[in-house]
Design a binder for this molecule. Structure first.
Ligand SMILES: [Zn+2]
Length: 395
């Protein structure tokens, strides 16, 4: 696939483009990426976004004289490059299957570099909004239309990125010796009726057929899955987590994460609006019709995005920490673990945004922030403690 069709097709067929470049040399993908960056820079200059920004937010025009403008653009581009790499590293888990971690990371970097093709649409949306704030009258519904457009573009953009990352790639399968389910000891040439020399547990359950069944075969549909597994993962996690085949990506768990994030967006936006309605009263009908749904949508999107990044960060940390021993990708195992616990997000987001509206002073805001941070740490610890049940699964 050549550079131009890559950049043009990525927003519309992210999976096809990601697959086409799964084995393209990194340098070549980087050159395509820079072609995209050059086009993006041209778009920013051509639409006069910087001037609109200055007018809209009443900045002193002196700061964007020609020299400063280009210096600022170059600085932005360099910072942007660091962001592409950071996002790729954070998102490695979402493309990880049964492959070495380094391979997953390279694929994530490729997708992140190609994502520049989507930034034209986002930049175009932002440019339109800045232009509108600077030059249009926003009181007659234009503002709502504009915010909706921008929100939809951002949702589309995130969805394309995730679709490209999670595409099923052809991968190498390893055949390995039978290992003990409990400690990872190599059981080849040992009597099945005996016990593991390392941990003393019976060998038979470890080598039996169906020791690790795919969770897809056990549960059907995210709703059933959340109801039956969601609680089990906290109450009695061991049998459940030992039934997960971590060598393959579970479509059910990917769906569960998507459903959880959608519910998080709804709960985050809904909790905020509900709190305003309860504590500040019903606003006039026009504002209620147009303003509130948009505010709820934007807040919900922001909250869902924060949880998405939190989940990815958690997966990256857990997966990388436990990948040391076998050097195979445990990120997939970590992803499944986080997916199993993702039903907590909507509850957390709903309560979090609801209580956010009661924050009236800096001190309470600080307490609110650290409470949420502590909850994130507790969540991470719960996941790490469950990781040991998956320890020898992804081999
Ligand atoms: Zn053992």
């Amino acid at each position: 696939m050549n550079a131009f069709s890559t950049l043009l097709l990525f927003p519309f067929q992210p999976r096809r483009v990601a697959l086409a470049h799964a084995r393209t040399p990194m340098l070549q993908v980087y050159l395509i990426h820079w072609l995209g960056v050059a086009c993006l820079a041209w778009l920013v200059i051509a639409t006069g976004s910087v001037e609109s920004f200055a007018i809209a937010f009443r900045f002193n025009p002196a700061w964007y004289v020609l020299g400063d403008l280009y210096a600022a653009l170059i600085l932005m581009l360099l910072a942007g490059e660091a962001v592409f790499l950071a996002v790729a590293t954070l998102m490695t888990c979402w493309c990880g299957a049964d492959e070495p971690v380094s391979e997953s990371w390279r694929f994530a970097v490729r997708v992140s570099w190609l994502y520049v093709a989507h930034l034209w649409w986002v930049a175009g949306g932002v440019a339109l909004m800045l232009h509108a704030i600077a030059h249009w009258d926003l009181n007659n519904g234009n503002g709502v239309l504009l915010l909706t457009t921008l929100a939809l573009v951002i949702v589309w953009s995130i969805a394309s990125y995730v679709r490209a990352l999670t595409v099923d790639r052809p991968r190498e399968h390893r055949t390995v010796d039978p290992l003990c389910e409990w400690c990872g000891y190599n059981l080849s040439h040992l009597d099945i009726a005996g016990r593991c020399p390392e941990c003393g547990r019976p060998i038979a359950p470890s080598v039996a057929d169906g020791t690790r069944r795919s969770i897809n075969a056990l549960y059907r549909g995210p709703a059933n899955f959340v109801l039956t597994c969601g609680l089990a993962v906290f109450r009695s996690p061991e049998p459940l987590l030992r039934s997960i085949t971590t060598g393959e990506r579970s479509r059910l768990l990917v769906k569960t994460v998507v459903v959880s994030l959608a519910a998080t967006a709804a709960a985050g936006g809904g909790g905020f609006v509900l709190a305003i309605l309860i504590f500040r009263g019903l606003p006039d009908p026009l504002r209620w019709l147009f303003f509130f749904p948009i505010v709820a949508l934007l807040i919900g999107l922001l909250v869902a995005w924060c949880y998405f990044v939190l989940a990815s960060g958690a997966v990256s940390l857990i997966g990388l920490a436990t990948s040391r021993r076998c050097r195979r990708n445990r990120l997939n195992a970590a992803f499944q673990l986080v997916a199993l616990t993702s039903w907590i997000y909507p509850l957390w987001a709903g309560v979090g945004t609801f209580t956010l509206t009661r924050v009236r002073s800096d001190r309470i805001a600080t307490v609110w922030f650290y409470t949420n941070l502590a909850l994130a740490v507790v969540y991470l610890l719960i996941c790490v403690r469950r990781m040991k049940y998956l320890q020898y699964a992804n081999r």
